[in-house]
Design a protein around this ligand. Structure first.
Ligand SMILES: [Zn+2]
Length: 295
């Protein structure tokens, strides 16, 4: 039979949050290998993924979040562009499907500089800013680290290209006039605050949105594989900058999110990426939000 669909319609999901409209926008997904985990055996990965009927080794969803309201038009993270093959790099087509032109974005907030989060800023061929009217806001520590020549000289070739090289390629076009550095705890825009959760990268950050007495946390890479790391926060990734610090800060922040009953928006929670933490024997689980027709 011809004419049947061979792919999904675009990945866009709107949600009201107090005075804001928050839109989960899919950048696609990436198939990973067992080697993404640090000191965690493939058979344990298989077991935990099977429990949630997930493929193993895991497929990692990549989401960005558009936040519109009192802070203007804000995009949190900007996906992987062409850095992760054909299943990722869908941000721009999905933004278009959502009826948003990149020129309308006032601010791009970064959770951190890794190629699945910060590759949509600029065209690598000519340095053109893909969000021509936006100011990028990022944790000062994150930018200082990736722009440090000394740090860059201390790592292997692969990291030098993928982390330092690609960050510079993407951020440099904004650096002089369109980049704002922020610190832990700072309210960078009305209702949006930087909450640092370092370890995965030196300045890995989450963005806490407050409106009308509610809290939402856009948690970046607090968990790459929620089925595993939310249940077992001590499990770190092989590409964590400081895996022990990442685990320690993840454990503490998960507890705070649970205690304060925050809505979670996760870059690597399966699309559309919203949910709440519920307690499980050893840790937590993400109870993903039901689909709502009315926004
Ligand atoms: Zn990531």
């Amino acid at each position: 039979m011809s004419g049947l669909p061979t792919r999904q319609i675009p990945g866009v999901y709107h949600r009201r949050f107090g005075e804001f409209l928050v839109t989960g926008i899919s950048d696609g997904y990436v198939e990973m290998g067992y080697n993404i985990f640090r000191e965690f055996e493939p058979q344990d990965v298989d077991l935990m993924m099977a429990r949630d009927h997930r493929v193993s080794p895991p497929r990692i969803s990549v989401n960005c979040f558009l936040v519109r309201g009192p802070a203007g038009t804000v995009l949190i993270d900007c996906g992987s562009a062409d850095k992760f093959g054909p299943t990722a790099g869908k941000l721009f087509e999905n933004l278009e499907a959502a009826g948003v032109d990149p020129s309308e974005v006032d601010h791009v907030l970064l959770t951190h500089c890794h190629p699945d989060h910060s590759s949509g800023l600029a065209d690598p061929k000519n340095g053109r800013r893909l969000f021509p009217n936006a100011t990028v806001i990022a944790n000062r520590k994150e930018i200082e680290h990736w722009f440090s020549d000394e740090e860059m000289a201390s790592v292997d070739e692969r990291k030098r290209l993928r982390y330092f090289g690609w960050t510079r390629e993407q951020v440099e076009p904004y650096r002089e006039k369109h980049l704002r550095l922020a610190d832990d705890g700072e309210e960078v825009l009305p209702g949006i605050r930087l909450v640092e959760c370092a370890g995965h990268t030196p300045g890995h950050s989450t963005w806490l949105i407050r409106s009308q007495g509610q809290q939402m946390i856009v948690w970046g890479d607090l968990a790459h594989v929620p089925e595993i790391q939310v249940a077992r926060p001590e499990v770190s990734m092989s590409f964590d900058h400081d895996p022990d610090l990442a685990a320690k800060n993840r454990t503490a922040l998960l507890a705070r999110i649970f205690e304060e009953d925050m809505l979670v928006a996760g870059m690597h929670i399966h699309f559309p990426g919203f949910g709440w933490l519920v307690r499980e024997s050893s840790g937590y689980r993400v109870a993903t939000e039901q689909w709502n027709f009315e926004i």
